[in-house]
Design a protein around this ligand. Sequence first.
Ligand code: AP5
Length: 217
Amino acid sequence: MRVLLLGPPGAGKGTQADRLTAAFGACQVSTGDILRKAVEDKTPLGQKAAAIMAKGELVPDALMIDLVAERLRREDCRRGFVLDGFPRTLEQAQALEGILKAMGSELDCVVSIRVPEAAIVERLEGRRSCRGCGVLYHRVFHPPARDGVCDRCQGTLYQREDDRVETIRARLRVYEERTAPLIQYYRDRGLLKEIDGVGDVDEIQSRIRRAWGEARA
Ligand code: AP5
């Protein structure tokens, strides 16, 4: 499996990537998760990225490209991968093509997940993530059994700093300007599959698997 999930903030990329990789033994490459860990660990990358992420802007392409190139070359990605949050700019998309080509690999397909803006704001405002294992919850749509505690690892749940309404709006603007053009980029390359991202999480997972199956047929 070599799938790229494309979509606005809150489209459900992380939720769906987690399920896909668990089911197919592939590796989840989430640039947002990698960056948040770097911020938490106060690494040089984290120190550069923290303020940019808090404003909802994009971390510079050169940093992101090096980071993903290194991640994709690791052994665990040989079993396959699901990209979630990368690429986000045309420059990143072109670089990805080069990275995969150098590895003798290519994408099976790009699944673009469509969700209307009102639903996105509702999803992001209610999102809670586990500090321990990163599993995602939603206050209303997917609450944990015990308030504030992860069902999977008993870790503490927290709200992301960039999930405040004003930052969500900034992220949506950045998505429209910098990332949405990738939909046409991948359509032109015959890799694009578009799905409706509204509905039950399991139903959306089925739509993604169907799209991937069609791409490989
Ligand atoms: P990143 O972490 O990638 O954020 P994002 O793309 O904005 O995506 P999100 O994680 O917010 O949403 P998602 O689509 O994964 O949805 P989720 O499954 O969580 O990036 C964060 C920042 O890092 C960026 O702003 C940027 O600064 C930087 N960055 C990252 N990558 C970069 C790059 N390549 N270049 C430059 N900078 C980069 O779901 C959201 C909520 O909805 C959850 O609560 C979930 O439970 C709920 N939910 C999911 N599906 C459903 C459903 N079907 N129905 C109801 N609720 C649902």
